[in-house]
Design a protein around this ligand. Structure first.
Ligand SMILES: [Mg+2]
Length: 251
């Protein structure tokens, strides 16, 4: 898979007020052995609607049926569950669409890949500097996202961030985010060692819940669609307005 990487543009600072909140005063955000980064709202924002449009479009092409994402909560959800919920809202039984799901996933990827030029990627503030910082400390870096694998990697590649990551966890085999994070943590420990600490980084209450269900620490960053105060209600180990704020809090 080859992608033409667009010129990197420095992101706008979304939060002008720098804030980082730690649940323990001696907690160091950069001291975990491995990190699992969510993609949308955490590493980057992919604008242009290409990914969302690929859901109904692929179902139309593969099954000649109509679905809509209008009533589906997208933030923190997984692609495979979004699809399942959209079918449910359309009154189409699982037994009807399940035989087509691999074909739909593949078509979604093809649609997104064909329209990659319409995807506008904004890298979140401080992401690149944080990844550089963690890489210098020899931390293991992976992505763990509700995206389908090929779509997730494409976004990361378009953002120019692909080289930071050794592995990823994706929703192709898991509708449940907790199961996806669990599998990604196993992959992380294959890189960093059996007893290594694995930290989840995400932008939604669903990321926090998925980390918790696996007994993993979590950094919640409010660069997605939830405010820091909303995220703090779910008690992440660390909450911050951006990776930039967190990074600067260490100096
Ligand atoms: Mg997200």
């Amino acid at each position: 898979m080859k992608a033409s990487t667009p010129a990197y543009t420095e992101p706008l600072l979304i939060d002008t007020e720098k804030r980082a909140v730690l649940s323990h005063p001696d907690l160091q955000w950069d001291a975990f052995d491995a990190y699992l980064f969510d993609i949308d709202g955490t590493l980057l924002r992919a604008q242009g609607g290409v990914h969302n449009d690929a859901f109904p479009e692929s179902v139309r092409q593969v099954m000649a049926k109509e679905i809509s994402l209008d009533r589906v909560l997208l933030h923190g959800n997984t692609d495979t569950r979004i699809l399942a919920q959209a079918f449910e809202h359309a009154g189409i039984e699982r037994s009807v669409w399940e035989p087509y799901k691999e074909a739909i996933y593949e078509r979604m990827w093809t649609i997104v890949d064909e329209r990659r030029k319409q995807i506008e990627i904004i890298v979140m503030p401080g992401v690149r500097a944080s990844l550089d910082h963690l890489q210098k400390k020899r931390r293991t870096l992976g992505v763990a996202t509700g995206n389908l694998e090929l779509i997730g990697w494409l976004k990361v590649e378009l953002a120019g961030l692909r080289d930071y990551f050794n592995f990823g966890g994706f929703s192709d085999k898991f509708e449940d985010r907790g199961a996806l994070i669990g599998a990604a943590a196993v992959a992380a420990r294959q890189h960093s060692g059996e007893s290594s600490t694995v930290c989840v980084v995400g932008d939604t209450p669903a990321d926090i819940a998925a980390a918790r269900s696996n007994g993993l620490p979590v950094i919640a960053v409010s660069t997605g669609s939830y405010s820091l105060d909303e995220l703090l209600e779910h008690k992440p180990d660390i909450g911050t307005t951006s990776m930039l704020a967190l990074l600067e809090s260490t100096y």
